[in-house]
Design a protein around this ligand. Structure first.
Ligand SMILES: [Zn+2]
Ligand SMILES: [Zn+2]
Length: 286
């Protein structure tokens, strides 16, 4: 199986109440050999009515991981972060990754013009097709801003929340048709995103939350993963984006066969910001 979950949230994230140690117990019980926490750090995120600001105390984060690492010496705990990319927070983001010795940094676009596509307001403002295109355009801009990250997170995040997806989910064929239509319409921008990432030496992730949400695909869609491989990309991390223990390593059993069908022979973990390639050759019998 995949040895480690490289995208995990805990109570250090505004949108999770799961204690870090609960994720560790769960990881051990699932047979993982390590875990990488990637709590949300979204500088400039508009503070929500309930007080959520998607920021955490970095000192507390590192000291908690240190404490738990001492308690669980048999289970390596990597210190990662999911950094929200947004043009006007570049200086704060660069300061964070320069001052703290993270193992792994995921760069993600959660905000477009200060609105999260998770919110209906986004779709009311832009409409569906424009909203999806605008998200990809913003992603492409963010990638070129000079942020310091290892892997770009959930490239087609916007699809998770668009109105059609949410209304069509019960109909697999219609969902798939919509997905394909949106991929085709935005293919040129997605290609540019992928080739830019590859030219910068950045990886992408397979985020299994798409399966969890019933989209029938991981984020990004297999077609995007395939395109990444065709364009020469070889650096893929695997993460569940779990905010609760029950979703840790969600559907990881599907990953080795998927990666092999797309021509990948390995996947990637990050230790001390350095990519480690883990061979998939032992999965041939799957
Ligand atoms: Zn995210
Ligand atoms: Zn996440």
């Amino acid at each position: 199986m995949i040895q480690s979950d490289s995208h995990v949230h805990t109570s250090f994230s505004s949108d999770s109440s799961t204690p870090m140690e609960d994720m560790i117990f769960r990881g051990k019980s699932l047979g993982l050999s390590s875990i990488c926490f990637t709590d949300h750090m979204d500088y400039g995120f508009p503070v929500q009515e309930n007080g959520m600001d998607f920021l955490f105390s970095v000192e507390d984060y590192f000291s908690k991981i240190k404490e738990l690492s001492r308690k669980h010496p048999d289970f390596p705990i990597r210190t990662g972060v999911e950094l929200g990319l947004k043009k006007d927070v570049l200086a704060a983001a660069l300061k964070l990754t320069k001052e703290y010795a993270f193992d792994f940094v995921i760069g993600s676009t959660h905000l477009v013009d200060d609105i999260d596509p998770y919110d209906n307001e986004y779709w009311e403002n832009y409409g569906e097709e424009n909203g999806i295109r605008h998200y990809y355009e913003t992603t492409l801009q963010n990638i070129g801003e000079g942020f310091d990250y290892d892997v770009y997170g959930h490239i087609d995040y916007v699809i998770r929340y668009c109105p059609s997806m949410n209304t069509l989910l019960t109909d697999v064929r219609q969902t798939e048709a919509f997905y394909q239509k949106m991929l085709k319409k935005n293919q040129h921008i997605i290609d540019e995103i992928l080739s830019t990432l590859i030219s910068f030496g950045k990886g992408i992730e397979i985020n299994t939350a798409g399966w969890k949400r019933g989209l029938g695909h991981p984020n990004p869609h297999e077609a995007i993963l395939k395109r990444y491989a065709e364009l020469g990309g070889r650096m893929i991390t695997i993460g569940s984006d779990a905010h609760e223990t029950k979703y840790l390593a969600y559907d990881f059993a599907k990953i080795p066969a998927l990666l092999q069908s797309l021509g990948f022979t390995s996947y990637t973990e990050f230790h001390g910001r350095k990519p480690i390639q883990i061979s998939l050759l032992s999965y041939h019998s799957l």
